[in-house]
Ligand binder design. Structure first.
Ligand code: ZN
Length: 284
């Protein structure tokens, strides 16, 4: 089984989104008040070449994201994209010799724009999203939260997941993504209330983390971002991932971590520390 890291361009967010500052509502307002930007961060999608067919996890950004016209304050003031057409999911799959019909399943960790903008490249393929995430992204409430259903393509009709699979360490339930059960989804609420992650099980577990944290360092110190609605829920998820990593070697791969691709290629496992300290954030 081979796993490919597909970098669909870069994104910049506010520092106070990457590293949450304060608590409660203040933490979620702070990114809008912050004038400092992160470096350009990669946006990864993943292709798992599995004997049952290719599994695509997240679909990345699209070149149109850089020119998006939106009334939403987050899109207007708090995020910037740099994506070329050749960096989108479709061209990258083709460069690997993977045609659309080779894709057995598309799994979306959550429906934020830099995870769902590539969906039209895999239109018509069986697609799964957490039912709660799909529900949250619908209608006016979804628009107010910044979801952009227009990106997903007219044929977007994902299925929910059945969380009846075997427990995986501290995750009480899983949703199998293959008949053999070696690739599963786990529920990792925090960044969004119905966020999921994908685990390729083996002697070393590969954890495709979506936006559970922006970096591995944030996982290790339990640092919640500036957009998670429920800080305690996000911390609980980070704790579960650390527990899973303590049980069995685990390679942790967040979507926007600049080190994710190199950690995948060298199978560089995460080592949870005994006594976490918080990341220091200095902001004006
Ligand atoms: Zn997100």
């Amino acid at each position: 089984m081979q796993i490919h890291a597909l970098r669909t361009g870069f994104v910049q967010i506010k520092r106070a989104q990457q590293i949450g500052v304060g608590h409660g509502l203040a933490r979620r307002v702070r990114p809008f008040l912050d004038s400092t930007w992160t470096d350009w961060l990669p946006t990864y999608a993943w292709a798992i070449e599995h004997e049952e067919g290719v599994i695509v996890v997240d679909t990345g950004s699209a070149s149109g994201d850089a020119h998006l016209r939106s009334w939403h304050p987050y899109h207007r003031f708090d995020v910037r994209f740099r994506v070329e057409a050749r960096e989108e999911l479709g061209p990258q799959l083709r460069a690997l010799g993977i045609g659309t019909s080779d894709v057995a399943k598309v799994v979306v960790t959550h429906l934020h724009m830099d995870h769902g903008a590539g969906l039209p490249h895999v239109a018509g393929r069986p697609t799964v999203v957490h039912a709660g995430e799909l529900q949250a992204a619908q209608g006016l409430s979804g628009r107010l939260q910044g979801y952009l259903p227009g990106q997903w393509g007219t044929g977007f009709d994902p299925q929910g997941l059945s969380w009846q699979g075997q427990p995986l360490g501290p995750f009480e339930s899983t949703a199998p993504l293959t008949r053999s059960g070696d690739v599963v989804a786990v529920q990792t609420p925090g960044h969004t209330p119905h966020h999921l992650s994908v685990v390729i099980k083996g002697d070393v577990n590969i954890f495709l983390a979506g936006d559970t944290s922006y970096t591995q360092d944030a996982l290790l110190v339990g640092q919640v971002d500036g957009v998670s609605p429920d800080e305690g829920q996000a911390q609980n998820t980070l704790q579960r991932i650390r527990l899973l990593a303590a049980e069995r070697p685990l390679v942790y791969l967040p979507t926007h971590d600049p080190e994710s691709a190199s950690r995948l290629s060298t199978l560089d496992v995460v080592t949870p520390k005994a006594s976490p300290v918080r990341l220091a954030a200095t902001l004006p």
